[in-house]
Design a protein around this ligand. Sequence first.
Ligand SMILES: C[S@@+](CC[C@H](N)C(=O)[O-])C[C@H]1O[C@@H](n2cnc3c(N)ncnc32)[C@H](O)[C@@H]1O
Length: 165
Amino acid sequence: MSRLDSFIRRLEAQRRMLDWAAAAIEGRDGLVLELGLGNGRTYDHLRETLPGRAIHVFERDVTPNPASMPPVDRLVEGDMAQTLPAFAARHGRCAALIHVDVTTGVPARDAVLFAWLPQHVVALAAPDALVISGWAIEHALLETLALADGVPDGRYFAYRRRDRD
Ligand SMILES: C[S@@+](CC[C@H](N)C(=O)[O-])C[C@H]1O[C@@H](n2cnc3c(N)ncnc32)[C@H](O)[C@@H]1O
């Protein structure tokens, strides 16, 4: 498969997983946390899919498409290694959905480069919160879930935050 085909399939899987997660948290309280604003594409999709839901976006290099700039009070600028624990200290286990989209595009590299991230995700996820990610997140308090229909195993990852600490 060419890298272009692989990229397109990843984006299709990402959209399915975002839609699946948005439907799954309907009726549940909690923030949505978008980890990695980038160009703002997935943020834009989430805010369209979840109107009225507070979506907080974390990014160190804030250069999205101008149409996808989050409001200033929903943008957490800086290195997530620092901003995630600071946000957790202020808001606790506040999130109904966390979308992890910090990636180098190489999942094996991400697991090493972002080894510090799972503990912060767990600290922010409310009981039964959903966590979806483009790479496999390993943590004892994250239970692996089946993916949305049509998303092959390994193309995206979904977890439920177990309700114990
Ligand atoms: C794949 S892009 C996000 C794509 C975006 N969700 C979209 O749909 O356009 C990953 C983003 O994570 C950001 N990032 C990577 N490591 C970070 C860190 N430690 N702290 C904050 N942002 C980080 C990068 O600057 C990059 O913009």
